[in-house]
Design a binder for this molecule. Sequence first.
Ligand code: FAD
Length: 322
Amino acid sequence: MSSRGRTPLYGGVRESSTLYHHAMVNHSNIEGACRFTGGTQQIADALAAKIREHGGTMLVRSRVVALHTEGRRITGVELADGRMLRAKTVISAIHPAETFRLIGPTPVIRKAFRERIGSLPDSYGLFSAYLLLKPGRIPYINRNLYYFAGKDVWKTLFDLEAMRPGMVLLSAQAPDGDPAWCDVVTLMTPVATRPWKAWEGSAPGRRPEAYTALKAAMTQATVDFACARLPELRDAIAHTYAATPLTYRHYTGAPHGAAYGLLKDWRSIMASHIPARTKFDNLLLTGQNLTVHGAIGVTLSAAATCSEIVGTEYLAKKIANA
Ligand SMILES: Cc1cc2nc3c(=O)[nH]c(=O)nc-3n(C[C@H](O)[C@H](O)[C@H](O)COP(=O)(O)OP(=O)(O)OC[C@H]3O[C@@H](n4cnc5c(N)ncnc54)[C@H](O)[C@@H]3O)c2cc1C
């Protein structure tokens, strides 16, 4: 964003931070998506380095199995290996229905609230085919390509009966090798999460045959769909790896593998509005379910959550002066 655009946004603090949110989202949508040369792992590494620099510790492969409470306070975060963590403030970045499930029965959360959160619809899932390409076959495509099955651009879900995508996003990864040529291309297509529920009890690598057969058929259909529009792709493919909503569910814990968390409806914003603050004095929420999904969405959520701790005015000034 240009500095010319930033100055007036921070004129008044509370209103301006909302304006800044809109500006960031609009800017991204108008200018189009960006890619990271060298991959997105560098963001995680940079954040991890910052956390360590400030004395923080990161525990990976540490599943939270329960949040213990006493009155309006979270008194312990229990991990699957039995360890109990205690903290002044607990921030949960997972789906809110999951967070409240981890808390279990308590008079602090009303039944009506639990039911409302539990009944909010989630977004669709994504099916992805990652294509490793032979070197020097497809010139690097420095933009995302959206291929639609028909004229109705809102009809994007994969039709499992006809075995046909409604829409495929083709996105080339910024090349690791020669910048002139694509080395990895991702094909992504929206798919309903419901059909995958039957296999939720299985683990990756040990899924039933019906699942692997569906995955193989969808991979073929998605690749065919893209190749019909970019014919030179077919002979360029060296290896294909596919991921379903269940794959993403395994890694993110998102209910049923919904790609973007809770569904947001612009006609009824408040119905899916989840505030960062909860009924517990020391429990805050963050992540894609609060505002919008994606890298920008979670950054906005993080700002909303942090402002609950350090204050909106302080945070807005800090960001403005960064
Ligand atoms: C296939 C796909 C492609 C996407 N592409 C893009 C893109 O190009 N650009 C973009 O901006 N966005 C993209 N998104 C959306 C983006 O990934 C999400 O909006 C974003 O990652 C959400 O961040 P989050 O922090 O809210 O949740 P997550 O990234 O899901 O993080 C939640 C974390 O909590 C952990 N967790 C869950 N339960 C527990 C538990 N009980 N104990 C401990 N840890 C737990 C999970 O393992 C996970 O690490 C894509 C999503 C998908 C599925």
